[in-house]
Design a protein around this ligand. Structure first.
Ligand code: ADP
Length: 399
């Protein structure tokens, strides 16, 4: 069975085609700069990447480019789209309405439209991508897989913000959490690795956007991102959790209007804002090693905040069996892993510094010392495979 995974963003439509008998990626690429000048990047697994300018003013046209590419005689991989059994769409925000992965129908599309209010920047392109696929592939099942889904098991005290209850209810303001497919995937892998279905795990998804979750017996108990993906630890250019009073204060002092303040918190803060160098931790890493003071501060903030989340989630779960690091930073940055777990012997956490000295392992590896009470793992995440697997399961169920 071949499943196409689509991730539609504001000006891009990323895709991966999976062969579900082997779980291998056949082809992947990105229809980028939609509505600007259009640029296609495409590669068959094991072959060279192709890159070319193709006009794609809308997401619907990007879907057509994707179809032309996959069926292209020279660099495609299928003879026609009927070879694709279903399409799985990555959805950032499902709100309180879309809870589990689901087959698209009119009611589901109406529920997704309600999410426009909560996450307009993501939901709008999602809808365009889904509608583009429905039009271009009528009859092919379309499935939605939500980033928020895994976090739906949080108890009310973890997801309720202590604000006016009626206001919160009226506008659906609560912690939703994000990166759910990644937290679900790596915590599932960790449970298998540990051979203990009831393990208490803290999963650290550290990328451009970062979130940390407390997972007990495979269920999410708490997570650091909130109503939006802005809450939690310091990120590439997002501030993470700050005193909410800072927001109106900065708006007044810096003369920043409401419509620009979101941009300020999302694009001008985090590693970029603190270091003044970059939102990319690789560049911060180089600067830290060259002795740059503000880069070092950004680094230290991240490590310190991860440590605090691990401590508080250990308290919330009344114990800890395992810590998982994943995503760009979690899989590749040994300094952050080491610094965030330093001086945590009290919690039974002891890293093996030699094993930790690794970038981008291909599969799960253990980096804790043999006598560490808590196991520390690096698990490469694979959100697309989760989307493809959920899509296949739903399509098989409806057959
Ligand atoms: P996204 O949230 O966009 O999916 P990623 O998971 O790709 O982000 O993570 C991006 C972050 O990971 C960047 O800060 C980048 O510097 C860092 N990163 C990625 N690869 C490496 C590497 N080989 N070494 C160090 N840092 C890396």
């Amino acid at each position: 069975m071949k499943i196409l995974v689509v991730n539609a963003g504001s000006s891009s439509l990323k895709y991966q085609l999976f062969d579900m008998t082997t779980h291998e990626v056949i082809a992947k690429g990105n229809c980028d700069r939609i509505g600007v000048d259009g640029e296609l990047t495409h590669a068959l697994t094991g072959k060279d990447k192709i890159k070319k300018k193709i006009n794609m003013p809308t997401h619907a046209q990007a879907v057509n480019v994707l179809i032309d590419t996959l069926t292209n005689k020279e660099y495609g991989c299928i003879s026609d789209m009927s070879e694709i059994s279903a399409v799985g769409h990555r959805i950032v925000h499902g709100g309180p309405w879309l809870i589990d992965s689901v087959l698209v129908d009119d009611k589901v599309l109406a529920d997704l439209e309600k999410c426009l209010d909560l996450a307009p920047l993501h939901t709008k392109p999602h809808l365009l991508g889904i509608k583009g696929c429905i039009n271009a592939m009528p009859g092919t099942p379309q499935v939605l897989v939500m980033d928020t889904a895994f976090h739906q098991t949080m108890p009310p005290e973890a997801y309720t913000y202590p604000i006016d209850y009626d206001v919160a209810q009226r506008h659906n303001i609560r912690r939703y959490g994000f990166h759910g497919t990644s937290h679900r995937y790596v915590s599932g892998k960790a449970l298998e690795y540990l051979g203990n279905p009831n393990a208490k795990i803290v999963t650290c998804h550290l990328g451009n956007g970062s979130s940390i979750s407390a997972v007990k017996s495979g269920k999410c108990m708490d997570t650091s991102m909130g109503f939006t993906p802005l809450e939690g630890v310091i990120m590439g250019s997002r501030c993470g959790a700050i005193d909410p009073a800072v927001v109106p204060f900065v708006m007044e002092k810096e003369n920043i209007p409401v419509e620009e303040m979101g941009n300020w918190m999302n694009k001008k803060c985090g590693f970029l804002g603190v270091s003044g160098i970059s939102s990319d931790l690789r560049e911060i890493e180089d600067a830290v090693h060259a002795g740059h003071e503000r880069a070092t501060l950004a680094y230290n903030i991240l490590a310190y905040q991860i440590k605090k989340y691990i401590g508080s989630y250990t308290a919330a779960m009344n114990g800890l069996d395992c810590i998982v690091f994943t995503a760009g930073i979690g899989e590749n940055n040994m300094d952050i892993r080491r610094m965030s777990l330093e001086n945590m012997e009290y919690f039974g956490i002891k890293l093996d510094l030699e094993k930790n000295n690794v970038r981008g392992p291909k599969d799960t590896i253990e980096i804790s010392a043999p006598d560490s009470k808590v196991k520390v793992l690096i698990i490469p995440t694979n959100e697309e495979l989760v989307i493809a697997s959920d899509t296949m399961a739903i399509v098989n169920k409806t057959k």
